[in-house]
Ligand binder design. Structure first.
Ligand SMILES: Cc1cc2nc3c(=O)[nH]c(=O)nc-3n(C[C@H](O)[C@H](O)[C@H](O)COP(=O)(O)O)c2cc1C
Length: 386
C-alpha cells in the first residue's frame, strides 16, 4: 500500500484512527476541557500565522537538523508526553520510543504512562526525556529521579500546568472516570474494535504501573482508589529549586504561558521552557500557544531554549511555531492518531509526512534551515525603537 497516496496528511490518519479505537479511548485522546475553545484556538491561531515566500533562490540544500539542549536532533520536532498512551493504542510508549531512537528526535515519557521507565528508557536510546508530575512525597520524588536517570533519560520535564484536575466533560460522558470503572458499555465499545482489543489483551490492561508500585509501598495508601493520588500536589518555585538541585541534566518547565513565568523559570535554573496549554485539556479560557510565543521570546532574548506545542498538524505548522519564537516543537495527539491508524508504521509515516512538508514549505520560503523561518514572518514584526 502506498501510504503517501492513502494517507497524505495527518487528517487521513486521524480519520482512520477513529475507526480503530474504542469510543472511550478516542474521547480520552481527542477531547479537551470545557467547550474546547482553547483546542480550537490553537488550530485557528496557527492558521492565522502567515509566512512570506521568497523567490529565485536557485538550488537549495535543505537541512532539518536542529540543536536542542546540548544534542543534535534530526528534525525540529519530537514526541510530547501522553499519560495512559497505552490505552490509546496497545504498546504506544514502546513504539514511539523506538521511533525516536531510530530517527534521532526526543521522546518524552509521562509519569502516568502505562509502562515503566526501566522498560522504555533503553528503547529511547539517548533520546529519552522523562516528564514529572510532582509526587507529594519527597522520598518518591527522589526515587523517581534516580530511576529515570538509571533508565537512561537525559532531560527532565516538570509539568506545571496541572495545579488540580480539570473537568473534561467529554471524558466523563464516555465513562472515563479516575479511578477507572470498567462498565458494560466500555466492553461493548472494545468488542467493536478487535485489533485494539486483541492488542490490549496481549499487552495487559493499561494501568499507571509506576505509581501503582509506589502505592504498594505506601502504608497510608487508601485500599481502593487511584494510584494517581500520590501525585496530586501543586508545585511552587521552591519545588523547582529542589528539583534543580536533585537533577544534574537538562531541566525543562512545561506549561508556561507568560513572559514573567518564563523569566522566573530561567532564573530558577531551568535549561529551557516548554510553552504549552496542555492541548486545551486544563483551562478553556486561555490564549493559543502560538499567540503567546512572540512576547515570551522577546522577554527571554534569542538564546534561551523555548519548546512549544499545541495543535501542530504539519511541517508548515512547525515552521509557524519557529517563526513566532520557538526553537523546537512537540506534538502529542498527532503521534497517537498515527499509531492508532496504522500501528508503528503509522507513526513512522507521520514522521515522513512532517519531514516532507517541512522540506516542501522551506522551498517555498527560499530557506535551507527551519530555524530561519522567523525571517519570513508576515507582516515582519516592528523593530524595537533605537
Ligand atoms: C490524551 C493526552 C494525555 C496527556 N498527558 C500528559 C501527561 O501525562 N503529561 C504532560 O505533561 N502532558 C500531557 N498531555 C499534554 C501533551 O504533552 C502536550 O502538551 C499536548 O498534547 C500538545 O498538544 P497536541 O496534542 O495538540 O499536539 C496530554 C495530552 C493528551 C492529548
Amino acid at each position: 500500500m502506498d501510504l503517501d497516496l492513502r494517507f497524505p496528511a495527518l487528517s487521513d490518519l486521524r480519520r482512520r484512527a477513529r475507526q480503530r479505537i474504542p469510543h472511550f479511548a478516542w474521547e480520552y485522546l481527542d477531547s479537551a476541557t470545557g467547550t474546547e475553545s482553547v483546542k480550537h484556538r490553537n488550530r485557528a491561531a496557527l492558521d492565522a500565522v502567515r509566512l512570506q515566500p521568497a523567490v529565485l533562490d536557485g538550488d537549495l540544500t535543505i537541512d532539518l537538523a536542529t540543536d536542542l539542549l546540548g544534542q543534535r536532533q534530526s528534525a525540529p520536532f519530537g514526541i510530547a508526553p501522553l499519560g495512559m498512551s497505552g490505552l490509546i493504542w496497545p504498546g504506544a510508549e514502546a513504539a514511539l520510543a523506538r521511533l525516536a531512537a531510530r530517527q534521532g528526535f526526543p521522546f518524552c515519557l509521562s509519569t502516568v504512562a502505562t509502562r515503566l521507565p526501566e522498560e522504555i528508557g533503553p528503547l529511547a536510546g539517548d533520546r529519552g526525556w522523562f516528564q514529572l508530575y510532582p509526587p507529594r512525597d519527597p522520598g518518591i520524588r527522589a526515587d523517581l529521579l534516580r530511576r529515570a536517570r538509571a533508565a537512561g533519560f537525559r532531560v527532565l520535564v516538570l509539568t506545571v500546568d496541572v495545579p488540580a484536575p480539570s473537568r473534561r466533560e467529554r471524558q466523563l460522558r464516555a465513562d472515563l472516570a479516575f479511578p477507572p470503572k470498567k462498565t458494560p458499555r466500555m466492553f461493548m465499545q472494545a468488542a467493536l474494535r478487535p485489533r485494539w482489543a486483541l492488542g490490549t489483551v496481549r499487552m495487559g490492561v493499561p494501568r499507571l504501573r509506576l505509581m501503582e508500585e509506589y502505592r504498594k509501598l505506601d502504608g497510608n495508601a487508601p485500599s481502593t482508589g487511584h494510584a494517581g493520588y500520590l501525585l496530586r500536589v501543586n508545585p511552587d518555585w521552591d519545588y523547582v529549586a529542589a528539583l534543580r538541585d536533585a537533577w544534574d541534566g537538562p531541566l525543562v518547565l512545561k506549561g508556561i504561558l507568560r513572559p514573567d513565568d518564563a523569566l522566573r523559570a530561567r532564573a530558577a535554573g531551568a535549561d529551557g521552557i516548554w510553552v504549552s496549554n496542555h492541548a486545551g485539556r486544563q483551562f478553556d479560557g486561555g490564549p493559543a500557544t502560538i499567540e503567546v510565543l512572540p512576547a515570551i521570546r522577546a522577554a527571554l532574548g534569542a538564546d534561551f531554549p523555548v519548546i512549544a506545542d499545541g495543535g501542530v498538524d504539519s511541517g508548515l505548522d512547525i515552521l509557524r511555531m519557529l517563526a513566532c519564537g520557538a526553537d523546537f516543537v512537540m506534538l502529542g495527539r498527532a503521534w497517537h492518531y498515527a499509531l492508532a491508524a496504522l500501528g508503528p508504521r503509522g507513526a513512522a509515516h507521520l514522521d515522513h509526512i512532517l519531514c516532507q512538508d517541512l522540506i516542501a514549505n522551506l522551498w517555498q520560503l527560499g530557506l535551507t534551515r527551519p530555524q530561519d523561518a522567523k525571517t519570513r514572518l508576515w507582516p515582519a514584526p516592528a523593530k524595537p525603537a533605537p
